[in-house]
Design a protein around this ligand. Sequence first.
Ligand code: SF4
Length: 455
Amino acid sequence: MPQHVDRPEQVETSGALARSTPDVPPATPARRTGRAYYYPNVSDAEWNDWRWQFKNRVTRLDELAEKLPIPEEELHARREVLADFRMGITPYYLSLIDADDPNDPLLRQVVPLADEYYFRAVGEEDPLGEEKFSPVPGITHRYPDRVLMVISNNCAIYCRYCTRKRTMYDGATPDVEIDRMVDYIARTPQVRDVVVSGGDPLNYSNQKLESILSKLRAIPHLEIIRIGSRVPVALPQRIDDELVEMLQRYHPLWVNVHYNHPRELTPEAARACDKLSRAGIPLNNQAVLLKGVNDSVETVKQLCQGLMKMRVRPYYLYQCDPVRGAEHFRTPISKGIEIIEGLRGHTSGLAIPTYVVDAPGGGGKIPIQPQYLLRYDEQKGRAVLRNFQDNIYEYLEPGYLRDPMRPPLARPSESEVEVEAQAPASDELAPQAPPVVGKSRWVHKGATARRTPKD
Ligand code: SF4
C-alpha cells in the first residue's frame, strides 16, 4: 500500500490572511506520484535493476487497487477486461502516473478502464489483417522488400490500445517457430529489411536475442535489422552496457521506440536512448495518436521536441487502429491533420512525424497531411501553394519563368496566350487566404512554347 502523503492545507489567498502575508505564494497540494510515493522502501539497487522492475510489475487488479484508486462499481468491468487482455505495469512506469488524476495520460495507456469493457465487442481482432499476409506464423510480408517478424508475445507493459493484443498469450514463442521465420527470410531474396517485433524483443535475455540476431545477420540479402520496442519507455533500466554491446555487433541495426507523451521522456529514458545512440543505433519514434493521451498540438509538439533533444527522430504518428476494446482511444482523422498542421512551420521539419493511417485489412500505411497544394495545372506549369501561415503562393515550373538574359519571345497573338490574373481567381482559393504572390505573365498555350533543357 503506498504511503499516503499528508496534503498541506491550502493557503488562503483572499481576505485577512492574504493581506497580512502578501509574499506567501498559494501552496499546491502535493500530488500522489513518484517513486517515493509508490515504492518508498525500495532501494536504489533494486529500483535500477531491470530484473527487479520486471519481476515486480503490477499484473493483478488487487495489486493495482492498492496503488491507484479504482471505483468500486468498475471492479467487475475491469476484471472482465483482464481476463481477455493481460495487464503489466512496471514500478518505474507506475511511478510516473499521478494517482490523483483518473484521466492521467500515462494511466490511460496501461490501466484497464471500464471503457475497454464497454467497447469490448467494437473493433477487430486483427485490424491490419496481419494473419492474411503471413506466409509462416510470426511473419507478416505485406510490403515487397521488408517483413515483420513477431518473435515474442510478452511486453514490459501492456498498452490497452495494442493492435496485436490477440497475440499476447502466456508462454514463450517456441524456438522452432522463430527458426521457421528466419528460414522464410533466408529463402526470400527480395527481403532486405526486417522489423523484429512482438510483444517486445528486448524482453528476451541477451543470449536468446543474440541467437536470433546472429541467424538473421547471417542471411546475405538481409541488409537492415530493425527492432521495435517499448522497453526504453517502460523499462529503461533494461538498456544497459551489456545489451548495447551485444546489439552493436549486428549493424546496420535500428531501434524503433514508442513514446506517446512528453512525461515519458524522463532522465532514465534519456539515458537509455543515449546508450543506444552511442552504440551507433539510430532511434525512431512511432507514437500512436490516442484520445485523452496526446490528442493536442501542444502535447505532440512537446513530445517531438523532447524526442529531438534525446536524439530520437519522430518518425510516425499512427492513427489508432480499430482493434477491439480501444474505441475510446480513437480520434477522428481531422485531429491528426490538425496536429500536423500545428507542427509544420512551427517547429523543425525534423521534429514532424509522418501521420499515417494503417489501412484496415492490410492496405499498409497511408500518409496523410494537410493540403498545401491548392491548385496544380501541369499544362500551364503552375501550382498554387499554401504555407503554414495560410499565405498563398504561386510557383512556376521549369520552362515557365521569364529569362531576362534572353530576348523576349515574339509577342504571340491573343489567341495563343492567356494572361494569368494578378491574384488567383477567387474560386481557386480559400476565401480567407490572402494572396501573396501573383504577377501577370505571358504564358504560351500548348507544349511548343515551353523551353527545353537545351535552351
Ligand atoms: S509494447 Fe507494443 S506490442 Fe507491447 S502491448 Fe504495447 S503496443 Fe503492444
